[in-house]
Design a protein. Structure first.
Length: 90
């Protein structure tokens, strides 16, 4: 399989096989890598102070700035695999 196909499989596994008990940091890393892989650098304005969840997501994604979509895809694939191993899912 190619990188895009591997990424698509990892995204499906992340939504179907990873437990709901992931930490906020794990969820933010998944989110940031996914957004970077799909859209590239963060292109939206930082949410306001009254949106802490939105700010956390924005900060996580913005921290990936400059990373290529292909690199983010591979890191996402690797991260999903590590989370599956950590949490004992197949």
């Amino acid at each position: 399989m190619g990188l895009q196909e591997d990424f698509d499989v990892a995204a499906k596994e992340a939504s179907e096989k990873l437990p709901d008990t992931l930490t906020n940091d794990e969820k933010l890393e998944l989110y940031a890598l996914f957004k970077q892989a799909k859209e590239g650098d963060c292109s939206i304005a930082q949410p306001g102070i009254f949106d802490p969840k939105g700010r956390a997501k924005w900060s996580a994604w913005n921290a990936k700035k400059g990373q290529s979509k292909e690199d983010a895809m591979q890191k996402y694939i690797d991260y999903v695999a590590s989370l599956k191993a950590k949490h004992g899912t197949k």
